[in-house]
Each structure stands twice: as C-alpha cells, then as structure tokens.
Design a protein around this ligand. Sequence first.
Ligand SMILES: [Zn+2]
Ligand SMILES: [Zn+2]
Length: 338
Amino acid sequence: MRTLRRALRPLAIVAIVFVTASAVPAQLGPPPMELFEPNALRVFVCGSASPLGNAPDRAQTCLAVIAGERMFLVDVGAGAARNVARARLPMQNLEGVIITHYHSDHIADLPGVNLNSWVAGRAEPMQVIGPQGIEQVVGGFNQAYALDRSYRTAHHGLALLPPEAGGMTARSIEVGTIYEEGGLTITAFEVDHPPIEPAFGYRFDYLGRSVVISGDSNATDAIAQAAKGADLLFHDAMLLPVLEQLESMLTAAGNERLLKIVQDVQDYHAPTTDVVELAKAAGVKQVAFYHLVPAPANEMMVNQFTAGLDGNVVVTADGMLFELPQGSEAIEQRQLFD
Ligand SMILES: [Zn+2]
Ligand SMILES: [Zn+2]
C-alpha cells in the first residue's frame, strides 16, 4: 500500500500544479472594468438558488447591480462571495449590500463579502442596508467576526487591513426612495413573505432603464405596481408540479417533518405562472426567474420552469450577466463564467 502511495505521489503533485495553474490565473486576471462604463444598467447573477433542492453549481440568492461606477449586492446567500470573486468584480467598488429580509439564505455570506472587500482595499466599513432588524443582524456578525478581523490585522498589518474599515455598518430603511446619486435611484417596496414583516423588494432606475428585484414573495399587486413598465423583473420562482411530486414521495416515505416544510414553503413563494401574470399586468419587458424553488440540478429541470409559459421569461444561472444599454430597449445576456 505504502509503495503504491509513493508511486502515485508524483502524479498527485502534477495534478495539484495543473489545478493551480488552470484555476489561479482566472481569479487573478484583471477585473472586468467594462461593466462599470456609464452606458448601461447591469445585473450579475451571483446566486440563483433557494435552500430547497440539490444544485451544487448554484449559490444561494445574490444579485450584483452595477450602475456606472456604483455597485450594490442585493442579498448574499451561501456561496455568493465565491461567485463574486470568480467574476473578478472589484470589491473595493462595492457601495453597499442591500438585504431583502433576514432568512439565512439571504445573509449567510455577509462575513465573506465583508472580508473580501476589506482585503480588496475598501476604505470604510461596509454599509449593509435593509428593513427593520438590520442592526441586530449586522451587530451579531460584527461581534462574531471581531476576533477574525483582529487576527488578520495583526498578521497583515495596519496599513493593509486597517481595523476602522474592517467591520460593517447597518442602515435601517423604510419603503420609498433609499438612494439617489449619480443618476441611480433605488426604491424599496414591501413584499409578501409571511411571517416576515417587513420584507422588501427593490427597484433600480438608471439612464432610463429599470430593474426590479422581488426578494422572496408571493406575486402581489404591490410588486406589479412597483414593477410598472420596468425592463427586467427578477422574481423568486416556485415550480409547483415538482413540489407536489416531492410531497407525494415524502408522504410515501413517512417523512413528516420534511413534508411539513415543503408544504409551508408554498405559502410564501410565487408559482412561476403567477409571476408571468404579474409581469403582464405590470407591462414588464422580461422576467428573470431566480431564487429557484427547488433549485434545479440539471438542464431538464431548468426547462421545466418555463414549460408551457407564455411570455418573455429567462431562468437565471450563476455567472449570468444582464446588460440594459442606455437609449435602447435591448436586454443583452451573457455568461461571465460557466
Ligand atoms: Zn425568505
Ligand atoms: Zn430565500
């Protein structure tokens, strides 16, 4: 056995070198600064999954909205920080993180995003914006990661990682305009995700183009109102036929705990058909399903999300970039990574 291990060792080293050589340059390459040109509103999908389902290629909810030199992350679920790094988005440009509500799949990567933007050279604490409750979430993370930050400053030095820039600050908001600068307006509106109150969605307007993000919600008139005439609506999307199949399987297996959860989940997300109705009522040009319930593990299941739907609907994947150029009706789409 030992002889075999010794014989395989050079192969293992070659494999490590190969993996390193092929993986590192992609992460170290120049950031895609063309995304910051003030000629379009852009949205990068840094996480498209809900917690339900088994999709290892998908991080939990995260969208990066880029409007000229301004970049915001909307929700940062588990895996979001890694996807932002894979896309080489310059984290020192991060203006803030905006949270829709405080379920774990929307906040889990706050520490990762905070660390990455501090390391990238952020000069001030990271601003985290959200509805009532934000102080508790940010305060808790700041406390839990205080030791981590102190180790990093002690190790890498005050000049590189100044402690005064290392933490996060909380900004509690109400519905209405929450940001207006550099031609970008961000508006918060209430969504329906009981028992969470309030839970918010957000609308971004820039250069005459508009993107609306629902967060987690049933499809409601309030969202249709907020999305009126918008170019692109990111809405959470639930595939009911698959959940019904899952219910039958769990009933047959006698797994009552998971059955209860799968049934409860259906109270507070929007079935795909409802989202399409909402988009029609609002006159939205294109719908992008995200926060997919359940997160699809393969292409066949991705296609099920739009099967039989009548409308301009896209199912998002991690790495997708949407570009809405100024003075145009176009919504362009490409992958920043596969
Ligand atoms: Zn939620
Ligand atoms: Zn969620």
